[in-house]
Design a protein. Structure first.
Length: 94
């Protein structure tokens, strides 16, 4: 397999960067083609995904004990506004 970031370029002056992430099982086939395709585009960097598993999924599967550190972890909430109570007004007829 080829190196992960041959000829990697720095971030552009405006700080914009696009990462084209190639899944590890497809890296041998797609990585060289994508590097060649994007070689002239300074805003695109092609990388190979090296993650073995999802860290959050591992925590859930391991059945961790409830500790103070676990309670302070990120909590995902529904941020949509609550619906106003009551009935809806009838729609105007045109």
């Amino acid at each position: 397999m080829r190196p992960l970031l041959p000829g990697a370029r720095g971030v552009t002056s405006r700080g914009e960067m696009i990462y084209c992430v190639v899944p590890k099982p497809l890296a041998d086939e797609l990585y060289p083609k994508l590097v060649e395709h994007y070689k002239d585009d300074e805003k695109v960097t092609v990388i190979v995904d090296r993650r073995e598993s999802d860290r959050r999924a591992r925590r859930r599967l391991s059945g961790e004990q409830t500790t103070r550190a676990n309670l302070q972890r990120r909590i995902v909430r529904d941020r949509r506004r609550a619906r106003v109570a009551g009935d809806l007004l009838p729609l105007a007829r045109v």
